[in-house]
Design a protein around this ligand. Structure first.
Ligand code: SF4
Length: 379
């Protein structure tokens, strides 16, 4: 997450030619984009969160399952020594606050195995989220958002995560828990399973959002997407969003952004330090990715380190990279509204207590392409 507010421009020009089939528009003033009361209310709602400044933290190098294609066990971060000293973590959180961090993402490998450290972080920094496989319950006293990873149905989970009855175990821990969002990761192989899994989650009072498998560096296995699987993934996302608008936290533009033939960096220019040498503003200035030894390395810092950048369509990346590109979307009402839907979605997924509104763009309408690009064909 970064600060989109810093990119506001009074007038957004010039207008570039739009994607095929869309007329070239006129220049819009920002005030004109807010003329509609619903749009203005949504803008006012999301801009309250522009203060969020994230960094991410590997809590432990241990995990209680082992998944194919896990980016944590790529690269050298997995070999960092574990610092399990609560006082060291408390000191780190205090220092992070001092340098302006307001939001923590606690991940790698399985944070639930370090629950005493989660308590310390929450005590110092009350806004944040935890990425977990959901096998072990995180105490209610840790009031962060909890993202539970789902990679397919039970058969698939057994095969690629070596975990039996995983969805049942995850739901037993987190069904009805306001902190929880189940994050379904589409791979090339599990698209047809998604509807069944989402139906089970919805029937059990669970909220769902979508992720797109993004290959770790060097990964060429069967989970990696190709053109056909991206097209099918987008179609599936939109169908499920249309069927379950209250339980599926997503938007039509989120589907477009994460299933394009080009990855997020090519579409939006990634602002994480690993791909951004500027230290002047935004994530390039403030973001750090701490390893389990509480050290960090600017050259490797992003929210999904050791992911192959050209293949990066990760939901966590998009939450910062797309959100930061307000100025590129504030060029006409359809792109601006699509961006507002995207930001509204990411806040509902990442911030406890934030309620998602109805998407401004309807599922039935023609999807809005990323600014300056066309949609992938046949989507
Ligand atoms: S993996 Fe994604 S988020 Fe990380 S630096 Fe590459 S493009 Fe950016």
């Amino acid at each position: 997450m970064s600060n989109p507010g810093q990119f506001i421009e009074a007038r957004v020009v010039p207008i570039r030619p739009r994607a095929k089939g869309r007329p070239v528009g006129r220049s819009w003033k920002f005030s004109e984009l807010l003329a509609d009361d619903t749009v203005r209310a949504r803008w006012e709602k999301v801009r309250e969160y522009f203060f969020l400044r994230e960094s991410t933290y590997d809590m432990t190098n241990r995990c209680n399952i082992r998944c194919d294609g896990c980016y944590y066990y790529e690269g050298d971060k997995q070999f960092a020594r574990e610092n399990r000293d609560p006082q060291a973590w408390r000191a780190l959180m205090r220092a992070e606050k001092e340098r302006g961090i307001t939001y923590v993402v606690l991940a790698g490998a399985e944070p639930a195995l370090a629950s005493e450290l989660l308590e310390v972080c929450y005590d110092e920094m009350p806004l944040g989220s935890i990425a977990t496989n959901g096998v072990k319950f995180i105490p209610e006293s840790v009031g962060y958002k909890i993202h539970i990873s789902v990679w397919g149905d039970d058969e698939t989970s057994l095969r690629i995560r070596r975990a039996k009855n995983l969805l049942d175990r995850q739901m037993k821990n987190y069904a009805g828990d306001d902190r929880a969002v189940f994050v379904y990761t589409y791979t090339r192989e599990n698209i047809d399973e998604t509807a069944g899994v989402v139906e089970r989650l919805v029937a059990n009072d669970c909220k769902v959002t979508f992720n797109v498998f993004s290959s770790p560096v060097g990964y060429t296995g069967p989970l990696r997407h190709d053109h056909g699987s991206l097209v099918a993934t987008r179609r599936s996302m939109i169908e499920l969003l249309e069927r379950f608008p209250d339980q599926v936290l997503f938007s039509p533009y989120s589907a477009v952004a994460h299933t394009h033939a080009k990855g997020l960096h090519d579409l939006y220019k990634c602002s994480y330090p690993r791909m951004n040498s500027s230290t002047a503003i935004g994530l390039g200035r403030s973001f750090r990715q701490y390893r389990t030894d509480l050290d960090w390395d600017r050259s490797a810092a992003c929210c999904v380190p050791d992911t192959d950048c050209p293949d990066c369509r990760h939901y966590a990346s998009g939450s910062a990279v797309v959100t930061a590109r307000l100025h590129r979307h504030a060029k006409d009402p359809e792109h601006f509204n699509a961006w507002l839907d995207y930001v509204d979605t990411y806040l509902a997924v990442w911030v406890v207590g934030y309620e998602k509104g109805a998407n401004l763009q309807r599922c039935q309408s023609e999807p809005v392409p990323p600014p300056g690009f066309e949609l992938i064909p046949n989507a």
